[in-house]
Ligand binder design. Structure first.
Ligand SMILES: [Fe+2]
Ligand SMILES: [Fe+2]
Length: 297
Protein backbone atom coordinates (compact mmCIF):
# COMPACT_ATOMS: atom_id res chain seq x y z
CA UNK A 1 0.00 0.00 0.00
CA UNK A 2 1.43 3.40 -0.96
CA UNK A 3 0.45 6.87 0.23
CA UNK A 4 2.52 8.69 -2.36
CA UNK A 5 0.56 11.16 -4.46
CA UNK A 6 1.74 12.98 -7.55
CA UNK A 7 1.76 16.76 -7.17
CA UNK A 8 -1.26 18.39 -8.73
CA UNK A 9 -2.18 22.01 -9.18
CA UNK A 10 -5.79 21.28 -10.04
CA UNK A 11 -8.60 21.86 -7.57
CA UNK A 12 -10.84 19.01 -8.65
CA UNK A 13 -14.48 19.89 -8.14
CA UNK A 14 -17.73 19.64 -10.09
CA UNK A 15 -18.69 22.69 -12.14
CA UNK A 16 -22.23 23.64 -13.06
CA UNK A 17 -22.88 23.78 -16.80
CA UNK A 18 -25.81 24.46 -19.09
CA UNK A 19 -26.29 23.15 -22.63
CA UNK A 20 -29.12 24.14 -24.98
CA UNK A 21 -29.78 21.33 -27.43
CA UNK A 22 -32.66 22.86 -29.45
CA UNK A 23 -30.45 23.82 -32.41
CA UNK A 24 -28.25 20.68 -32.51
CA UNK A 25 -29.00 18.54 -35.59
CA UNK A 26 -29.00 14.74 -35.55
CA UNK A 27 -25.88 14.73 -37.71
CA UNK A 28 -23.95 17.27 -35.70
CA UNK A 29 -20.89 16.78 -37.93
CA UNK A 30 -22.66 18.06 -41.06
CA UNK A 31 -22.95 15.45 -43.83
CA UNK A 32 -20.89 12.96 -41.80
CA UNK A 33 -23.11 10.47 -39.95
CA UNK A 34 -20.15 8.10 -39.50
CA UNK A 35 -18.03 10.51 -37.41
CA UNK A 36 -21.19 11.78 -35.67
CA UNK A 37 -22.24 8.34 -34.49
CA UNK A 38 -18.77 7.02 -33.72
CA UNK A 39 -18.37 9.90 -31.25
CA UNK A 40 -22.04 9.58 -30.19
CA UNK A 41 -21.26 6.14 -28.74
CA UNK A 42 -19.76 8.06 -25.82
CA UNK A 43 -23.26 9.33 -24.96
CA UNK A 44 -24.47 5.72 -24.87
CA UNK A 45 -21.66 4.48 -22.64
CA UNK A 46 -20.92 7.36 -20.30
CA UNK A 47 -24.09 7.90 -18.25
CA UNK A 48 -24.18 4.28 -17.00
CA UNK A 49 -20.38 4.04 -16.89
CA UNK A 50 -19.83 7.21 -14.89
CA UNK A 51 -22.65 6.41 -12.46
CA UNK A 52 -20.87 3.08 -11.93
CA UNK A 53 -17.54 4.87 -11.24
CA UNK A 54 -19.27 6.88 -8.51
CA UNK A 55 -20.93 3.76 -7.08
CA UNK A 56 -17.61 1.86 -6.86
CA UNK A 57 -15.65 4.85 -5.52
CA UNK A 58 -18.21 5.26 -2.72
CA UNK A 59 -17.28 1.73 -1.60
CA UNK A 60 -13.56 2.53 -1.80
CA UNK A 61 -13.69 5.83 0.13
CA UNK A 62 -13.81 4.33 3.66
CA UNK A 63 -10.54 2.48 2.91
CA UNK A 64 -8.63 5.66 1.91
CA UNK A 65 -6.21 6.83 4.61
CA UNK A 66 -4.77 9.84 2.74
CA UNK A 67 -6.87 12.99 3.30
CA UNK A 68 -5.69 14.72 0.10
CA UNK A 69 -6.54 11.67 -1.97
CA UNK A 70 -9.93 11.45 -0.25
CA UNK A 71 -10.62 15.07 -1.22
CA UNK A 72 -9.65 14.36 -4.84
CA UNK A 73 -11.80 11.22 -4.97
CA UNK A 74 -14.81 13.23 -3.77
CA UNK A 75 -14.13 15.91 -6.40
CA UNK A 76 -13.81 13.18 -9.04
CA UNK A 77 -17.16 11.68 -8.00
CA UNK A 78 -18.80 15.10 -8.26
CA UNK A 79 -17.40 15.65 -11.76
CA UNK A 80 -18.36 12.19 -13.05
CA UNK A 81 -21.89 12.54 -11.66
CA UNK A 82 -22.24 15.86 -13.53
CA UNK A 83 -20.89 14.32 -16.75
CA UNK A 84 -23.40 11.45 -16.57
CA UNK A 85 -26.33 13.90 -16.29
CA UNK A 86 -25.05 16.04 -19.20
CA UNK A 87 -24.74 13.02 -21.54
CA UNK A 88 -28.12 11.68 -20.44
CA UNK A 89 -29.71 14.88 -21.81
CA UNK A 90 -28.09 14.20 -25.22
CA UNK A 91 -29.77 10.78 -25.23
CA UNK A 92 -33.14 12.46 -24.63
CA UNK A 93 -32.45 14.88 -27.50
CA UNK A 94 -31.49 11.95 -29.75
CA UNK A 95 -34.80 10.26 -28.98
CA UNK A 96 -36.73 13.46 -29.80
CA UNK A 97 -35.00 13.40 -33.20
CA UNK A 98 -36.26 9.88 -33.94
CA UNK A 99 -33.26 7.83 -32.86
CA UNK A 100 -34.17 5.91 -29.71
CA UNK A 101 -30.97 4.74 -27.99
CA UNK A 102 -32.83 2.77 -25.27
CA UNK A 103 -32.14 -0.82 -26.50
CA UNK A 104 -28.38 -0.28 -26.63
CA UNK A 105 -28.32 1.71 -23.40
CA UNK A 106 -30.16 -1.19 -21.68
CA UNK A 107 -27.25 -3.49 -22.63
CA UNK A 108 -24.72 -0.98 -21.32
CA UNK A 109 -26.65 -0.63 -18.05
CA UNK A 110 -26.71 -4.42 -17.67
CA UNK A 111 -22.93 -4.48 -18.16
CA UNK A 112 -22.19 -1.87 -15.49
CA UNK A 113 -25.00 -2.46 -13.01
CA UNK A 114 -25.22 -6.27 -13.13
CA UNK A 115 -22.07 -7.84 -14.59
CA UNK A 116 -19.72 -5.27 -12.98
CA UNK A 117 -22.12 -4.55 -10.10
CA UNK A 118 -22.13 -5.70 -6.50
CA UNK A 119 -22.35 -9.42 -5.87
CA UNK A 120 -22.94 -11.22 -2.59
CA UNK A 121 -19.41 -12.33 -1.69
CA UNK A 122 -17.43 -13.32 1.40
CA UNK A 123 -15.16 -10.46 2.68
CA UNK A 124 -11.93 -11.62 0.99
CA UNK A 125 -13.64 -12.03 -2.37
CA UNK A 126 -15.48 -8.72 -1.91
CA UNK A 127 -12.14 -6.94 -1.41
CA UNK A 128 -10.73 -8.70 -4.52
CA UNK A 129 -13.77 -7.63 -6.55
CA UNK A 130 -13.48 -4.01 -5.35
CA UNK A 131 -9.76 -3.89 -6.32
CA UNK A 132 -10.52 -5.44 -9.68
CA UNK A 133 -13.17 -2.80 -10.38
CA UNK A 134 -10.90 0.05 -9.21
CA UNK A 135 -8.25 -1.20 -11.64
CA UNK A 136 -10.81 -1.34 -14.47
CA UNK A 137 -11.84 2.27 -13.71
CA UNK A 138 -8.17 3.37 -13.70
CA UNK A 139 -7.72 1.74 -17.13
CA UNK A 140 -10.91 3.35 -18.52
CA UNK A 141 -9.82 6.70 -17.10
CA UNK A 142 -6.54 6.42 -19.01
CA UNK A 143 -8.61 6.25 -22.20
CA UNK A 144 -11.00 9.05 -21.21
CA UNK A 145 -7.94 11.28 -20.59
CA UNK A 146 -6.45 10.33 -23.99
CA UNK A 147 -9.78 11.04 -25.71
CA UNK A 148 -10.22 14.24 -23.69
CA UNK A 149 -6.85 15.54 -24.82
CA UNK A 150 -7.69 14.58 -28.39
CA UNK A 151 -11.03 16.42 -28.50
CA UNK A 152 -9.46 19.59 -27.04
CA UNK A 153 -7.24 19.78 -30.12
CA UNK A 154 -9.60 18.30 -32.74
CA UNK A 155 -9.75 21.41 -34.93
CA UNK A 156 -10.84 19.33 -37.93
CA UNK A 157 -14.26 19.10 -36.29
CA UNK A 158 -14.47 22.93 -36.14
CA UNK A 159 -13.44 23.11 -39.80
CA UNK A 160 -16.12 20.52 -40.65
CA UNK A 161 -18.73 22.88 -39.12
CA UNK A 162 -19.54 20.60 -36.17
CA UNK A 163 -22.30 21.83 -33.86
CA UNK A 164 -20.75 24.22 -31.31
CA UNK A 165 -22.90 23.03 -28.39
CA UNK A 166 -21.89 19.40 -28.94
CA UNK A 167 -18.24 20.38 -29.31
CA UNK A 168 -18.49 22.35 -26.08
CA UNK A 169 -20.00 19.39 -24.20
CA UNK A 170 -17.25 17.08 -25.47
CA UNK A 171 -14.47 19.59 -24.76
CA UNK A 172 -15.75 20.60 -21.31
CA UNK A 173 -16.00 16.90 -20.43
CA UNK A 174 -12.64 16.12 -22.07
CA UNK A 175 -10.97 18.96 -20.17
CA UNK A 176 -12.27 17.66 -16.83
CA UNK A 177 -11.07 14.17 -17.80
CA UNK A 178 -7.58 15.60 -18.33
CA UNK A 179 -7.89 17.54 -15.08
CA UNK A 180 -8.77 14.46 -12.96
CA UNK A 181 -6.73 11.96 -15.00
CA UNK A 182 -4.62 10.85 -12.01
CA UNK A 183 -7.34 10.27 -9.42
CA UNK A 184 -8.47 6.74 -10.34
CA UNK A 185 -4.87 5.60 -10.85
CA UNK A 186 -3.80 7.10 -7.50
CA UNK A 187 -6.75 5.46 -5.75
CA UNK A 188 -5.91 2.08 -7.27
CA UNK A 189 -2.21 2.53 -6.37
CA UNK A 190 -3.09 3.59 -2.82
CA UNK A 191 -5.27 0.53 -2.14
CA UNK A 192 -3.61 -2.14 -4.31
CA UNK A 193 -1.49 -1.17 -7.29
CA UNK A 194 -0.61 -4.74 -8.27
CA UNK A 195 1.09 -4.84 -11.67
CA UNK A 196 -0.50 -8.12 -12.94
CA UNK A 197 -3.92 -6.64 -12.11
CA UNK A 198 -3.00 -3.44 -13.96
CA UNK A 199 -2.00 -5.44 -17.07
CA UNK A 200 -5.02 -7.73 -16.93
CA UNK A 201 -7.56 -4.95 -16.52
CA UNK A 202 -6.01 -2.78 -19.23
CA UNK A 203 -6.13 -5.70 -21.69
CA UNK A 204 -9.73 -6.40 -20.77
CA UNK A 205 -10.72 -2.73 -20.95
CA UNK A 206 -9.05 -2.18 -24.33
CA UNK A 207 -10.83 -5.15 -25.94
CA UNK A 208 -14.18 -4.27 -24.32
CA UNK A 209 -14.01 -0.63 -25.43
CA UNK A 210 -13.30 -1.56 -29.08
CA UNK A 211 -16.20 -4.03 -29.02
CA UNK A 212 -18.64 -1.62 -27.32
CA UNK A 213 -17.75 1.32 -29.59
CA UNK A 214 -18.02 -0.77 -32.75
CA UNK A 215 -21.37 -2.24 -31.71
CA UNK A 216 -22.64 1.15 -30.54
CA UNK A 217 -21.77 2.87 -33.82
CA UNK A 218 -23.40 0.02 -35.77
CA UNK A 219 -26.55 0.37 -33.63
CA UNK A 220 -26.77 4.13 -34.17
CA UNK A 221 -26.20 3.88 -37.94
CA UNK A 222 -28.80 1.09 -38.22
CA UNK A 223 -31.45 3.07 -36.26
CA UNK A 224 -30.72 6.56 -37.61
CA UNK A 225 -33.94 7.64 -39.41
CA UNK A 226 -31.92 9.65 -41.97
CA UNK A 227 -29.39 6.90 -42.77
CA UNK A 228 -31.86 3.98 -42.57
CA UNK A 229 -29.14 1.31 -42.48
CA UNK A 230 -27.50 2.44 -45.73
CA UNK A 231 -24.18 3.07 -43.98
CA UNK A 232 -22.26 0.42 -42.07
CA UNK A 233 -19.29 0.49 -39.75
CA UNK A 234 -16.24 -0.25 -41.88
CA UNK A 235 -12.56 0.09 -41.08
CA UNK A 236 -12.06 2.02 -44.33
CA UNK A 237 -14.57 4.66 -43.14
CA UNK A 238 -12.78 4.85 -39.82
CA UNK A 239 -9.32 5.24 -41.38
CA UNK A 240 -10.61 7.93 -43.75
CA UNK A 241 -12.20 9.98 -40.90
CA UNK A 242 -9.15 9.50 -38.70
CA UNK A 243 -6.95 10.75 -41.55
CA UNK A 244 -9.18 13.83 -41.75
CA UNK A 245 -8.74 14.35 -37.99
CA UNK A 246 -12.45 13.95 -37.21
CA UNK A 247 -11.94 10.86 -35.00
CA UNK A 248 -8.77 9.72 -33.17
CA UNK A 249 -6.33 7.56 -35.12
CA UNK A 250 -6.09 3.85 -34.36
CA UNK A 251 -2.37 4.34 -33.76
CA UNK A 252 -2.95 6.95 -31.04
CA UNK A 253 -5.41 4.65 -29.27
CA UNK A 254 -3.30 1.50 -29.66
CA UNK A 255 -0.15 3.20 -28.34
CA UNK A 256 -1.96 4.44 -25.23
CA UNK A 257 -2.12 0.91 -23.74
CA UNK A 258 1.65 0.15 -23.64
CA UNK A 259 2.27 3.64 -22.22
CA UNK A 260 -0.09 2.79 -19.33
CA UNK A 261 1.80 -0.45 -18.68
CA UNK A 262 5.26 1.13 -18.66
CA UNK A 263 6.96 0.85 -15.24
CA UNK A 264 7.11 4.34 -13.75
CA UNK A 265 3.99 5.46 -15.61
CA UNK A 266 1.82 8.06 -13.94
CA UNK A 267 -1.21 9.75 -15.59
CA UNK A 268 0.20 13.19 -14.75
CA UNK A 269 2.69 12.51 -17.60
CA UNK A 270 -0.28 12.51 -20.02
CA UNK A 271 -2.23 15.40 -21.53
CA UNK A 272 -1.92 19.14 -21.08
CA UNK A 273 -3.47 20.29 -17.81
CA UNK A 274 -3.05 23.98 -18.64
CA UNK A 275 -4.83 23.57 -21.99
CA UNK A 276 -7.66 21.76 -20.19
CA UNK A 277 -8.05 24.46 -17.53
CA UNK A 278 -7.89 27.18 -20.19
CA UNK A 279 -10.74 25.51 -22.05
CA UNK A 280 -12.87 25.19 -18.93
CA UNK A 281 -12.33 28.90 -18.21
CA UNK A 282 -13.79 29.84 -21.61
CA UNK A 283 -16.36 27.04 -22.01
CA UNK A 284 -19.67 28.60 -23.13
CA UNK A 285 -21.65 26.03 -21.09
CA UNK A 286 -19.91 27.11 -17.92
CA UNK A 287 -20.26 30.82 -18.76
CA UNK A 288 -23.93 30.35 -19.71
CA UNK A 289 -24.70 28.71 -16.38
CA UNK A 290 -22.96 31.49 -14.49
CA UNK A 291 -24.85 34.11 -16.56
CA UNK A 292 -28.17 32.31 -16.02
CA UNK A 293 -27.53 32.16 -12.29
CA UNK A 294 -26.77 35.90 -12.18
CA UNK A 295 -29.91 36.87 -14.12
CA UNK A 296 -32.24 34.49 -12.25
CA UNK A 297 -30.67 35.22 -8.86
FE1 LIG B 1 -16.32 11.91 -17.11
FE1 LIG C 1 -13.18 10.60 -15.66
Amino acid sequence: MSNKLAPTTADIRPRRVRFSWEETPLHWVPGDPFSTHLINVLHLLLPAGERWFVHVFKQALPHVTDEELKRQVKGFMGQEGTHAVAHQRVLEHMKEQGLDPAPYVANVEWLFERLLGDHTLPPVAARYWLMERLAIIAAIEHYTAVLGQWILGAEALDRAGADPVMLDLLRWHGAEEVEHRSVAFDLFTHLDGGYPRRVRTMALTGVALVWLIRRGAAFLLAHDPLVRGRLRVKWTHFFHRAHQGRVPTLRSLALAAPRYLRPGFHPSQEGDLQQALDYIARSPAHAEFEGHRRTSG
